[in-house]
Design a protein around this ligand. Structure first.
Ligand code: DQA
Length: 138
């Protein structure tokens, strides 16, 4: 079972970025916890601040991985290209947002990705990634 976590723009700053919204933990530290929790799952983590690089990663992994957990950051609300990529690949994708985007500014309420994903988990902090992996691993 191969599951890929993809984080988009600014999520490399987790732990330092607006900790009142996104928490104090780095994703690298959280990813170590995940690897220990899911020893039977081949977990991979990928982050990029660049839309095209994220597209390439989806294309490259999206016909072989068993599941993709995608937090596209702000590109969620702007990128039809990413939505098209999620629609084009065969690997199922779960959209995750750390914060509850529906409680925030109006421009965060719409996701171009949501309709292409098997489901979305928002507002549960980093726990959302764990729940998404658990769903795929079942
Ligand atoms: C986010 C929510 C987005 O609106 C924002 O642009 C992010 C992070 C989240 O995980 O809560 O970068 O995807």
């Amino acid at each position: 079972m191969k599951i890929l976590i993809i984080n988009g723009p600014n999520l490399n700053l987790l732990g330092r970025r607006e900790p009142e919204i996104y928490g104090n933990k780095t994703f690298e530290a959280f990813f170590e916890e995940l690897k220990n929790e899911f020893p039977g799952v081949a977990l991979e983590y990928f982050q990029s601040n660049h839309e095209g690089v994220l597209l390439d990663k989806l294309h490259n992994a999206g016909f072989s991985a068993d599941g993709i957990v995608l937090n596209a950051g702000a590109l969620t609300h702007t990128s039809i290209a990413l939505a098209d990529a999620v629609g084009a690949i065969t690997t199922p994708v779960i959209e995750v947002h750390i914060s509850n985007v529906h409680k925030r500014e109006g421009f965060r309420h719409h996701s171009w990705l949501a309709a292409k994903c098997v489901g979305s988990i928002v507002g549960l902090g980093l726990e959302g990634y764990r729940l998404a992996i658990r769903y795929f691993a079942k």
